[in-house]
Design a protein around this ligand. Structure first.
Ligand code: KIV
Length: 272
């Protein structure tokens, strides 16, 4: 909030760069729906990612591959309607940008036009640089994503730490530079060694946001449902659970079922 006007100061891509310059860490979480996005925005998050992890978390798919552009647009529109302050970034889903740069631009335009989001995120390095440049020329901010890129899970074969070997680490460093030079306003680094993420962050002007990439980066992102303890089977080392909401919901629903069955709910004061 701005003290003099009471107006909320929105987070912009420029603000994120300033935060890096000032050594202020950037906080980012996913959200996929209106209610959660409202809570997360009110609590003061800097960036909300409408991640294609919605494919896993919201739709129950095993991977992020099945979610469609129309479905991402539905989620992003719901989030945008809730948000007053945070910068909202939307994942371009698998199959909506890898074909060619025209397809990529059309997908990015649809996201911006139909949802009111502030930026898009895309997975990959040199191989998608041309698409990124084309999207940027249309005035759409792009966040990059390197390291463990879940849309390529069938190429990797596993969700283990990426870029442990020198060749892959070197390619990641080159890709990060390419993304910065192409004009990305920020990059997500997922599940790579902390020393490599620190080196990349120090070599770039743009903010680097990590997930499982250690403490040497400019900010952190987690999947909301993981850090709230709703998705309980997913327990990677990098995940800190801030709540056991799954257990709380279980307790509440069991109590409700018992109260309905026993006739305790509704009581005299809960009816007309
Ligand atoms: O889709 C997603 O949630 C993401 C984050 C894990 C960075 O891309």
């Amino acid at each position: 909030m701005s003290a003099s006007t009471g107006e909320i100061k929105k987070v912009t891509t420029h603000k994120l760069r300033e935060m890096k310059q000032n050594g202020e860490k950037i906080s980012m979480l996913t959200a996929y729906d209106f209610s959660m996005a409202k809570l997360v925005d009110r609590a003061g998050i800097d960036v909300i990612l409408v991640g294609d992890s919605a494919s896993n978390v919201m739709a129950g798919h095993e991977t992020t591959l099945p979610i469609t552009l129309d479905q991402m647009i539905y989620h992003a529109g719901s989030v945008i309607r809730a948000v007053d302050r945070a910068l909202v970034v939307v994942d371009l889903p698998f199959g909506s940008y890898q074909g060619n740069s025209k397809e990529a631009l059309n997908s990015a335009i649809r996201v911006m036009k139909e949802t009111g989001a502030h930026a898009v995120k895309m997975e990959g390095g040199s191989e998608i640089a041309e698409s990124i440049e084309r999207i940027l020329k249309a005035g759409i901010p792009v966040m990059g994503h390197l390291g463990l890129t879940p849309q390529s899970i069938y190429k990797f074969g596993t969700y283990t730490v990426r870029a442990k070997e020198e060749a892959e680490a070197q390619k990641l460093k080159e890709d990060a530079k390419i993304l910065e030079e192409a004009g990305c306003f920020s990059i997500v680094l997922e599940k790579i060694p902390a020393h490599l993420a620190r080196e990349v962050s120090q070599s770039l002007e743009i903010p680097v946001i990590g997930i499982g990439a250690g403490d040497g980066v400019d900010g952190q992102v987690l999947v909301l449902h993981d850090m709230l303890g709703i998705t309980t089977e997913f327990k990677p080392r990098f995940l800190r659970r801030y709540l056991e909401l799954g257990a709380e919901i279980d307790r509440a629903v069991k109590q409700y079922v018992a109260d309905v069955k026993s006739g305790d709910f509704p009581n005299a004061g809960e009816q007309y």
